[in-house]
Design a protein around this ligand. Structure first.
Ligand code: PGA
Length: 243
């Protein structure tokens, strides 16, 4: 069984004052039986050096260094104290035109810097409604995940675009169907595909976490809004520990 992972994506939220949330989280889950990852804005990564939790970036550039104003390389994230980085989050794909090819290159850049890539995939509402979800997931998985991926350097996050920040969540059957499909693809392609962690993301909250974690092949969650405060994130971690 892969070790479970509760990952928080703070997105463009958080100032130094908000780091007290991590202290509260440490009081409650400092010795949790699951992995806990916080992806704060890049400005806060080095300020998180005392937390016992894993720290991740939210994006990285494909290149190691160079003339790319405003961008951050995977090596810089690692240097600041990160051990993970999100790649291909739907907000990056939508707001910054990131294609599967770019996401694969960013994931490879993460591996090269010694980071674990949390590679995000997910269908839009239109794709869900026209019945192409599994095909879309398969295409994204094939093209966004490098051939060099393995269970140590890669986590897959299934995040239906229509569920992110909307309060809408797929049914447990829908989550189970997609996660089983992802597991099958990973096992077909990678020797250790059975051990690669697959997270569900999209409107995970304390109130629905236990149900989501009861679904087969769900190895944890990628949480946006409900990861911003210890009070909201804590019950999700507790539910994952109990699952
Ligand atoms: P949400 O975001 O939990 O606020 O829906 C999830 C994500 O985008 O990773």
């Amino acid at each position: 069984m892969p070790r479970k992972l509760a990952a928080g994506n703070w997105k463009m939220n958080g100032l130094r004052a908000n780091l007290t949330e991590l202290e509260t989280l440490e009081d409650r889950h400092g010795d949790a039986g699951v992995d806990i990852l916080i992806c704060p804005p890049a400005t806060l990564i080095s300020a998180c050096e005392d937390t016992p939790f894993d720290i991740g970036g939210q994006d990285c550039h494909v290149a190691e260094a160079g003339a790319h104003t405003g961008d951050i390389s995977a090596e810089m994230l690692a240097d600041a104290g990160a051990s993970y980085v999100l790649t291909g989050h739907s907000e990056r794909r939508t707001d910054h035109g990131e294609t599967d090819t770019i996401v694969a290159a960013k994931s490879q850049a993460a591996y090269d810097a010694g980071l674990i890539a949390v590679i995000c995939i997910g269908e839009t509402l239109a794709q869900r409604e026209n019945g192409t979800t599994l095909g879309v997931i398969e295409t994204q998985l094939t093209a966004s995940v490098p051939d060099t991926a393995d269970a140590e350097n890669t986590v897959i996050a299934y995040e239906p675009v229509w569920a992110i920040g909307t309060g809408k969540v797929p049914t447990l059957d829908q989550i189970g169907e997609v996660h089983a499909h992802i597991r099958k693809q990973l096992m077909n392609r990678f020797d250790d595909g059975a051990e690669m962690r697959i997270l569900y993301g999209g409107s995970v909250k304390g109130s629905n976490a236990a149900d989501i974690f009861s679904v087969a092949n769900v190895d944890g969650a990628l949480v946006g809004g409900a990861s911003l405060t210890a009070d909201d994130f804590s019950p999700i971690i507790t539910a994952l520990e109990a699952s």
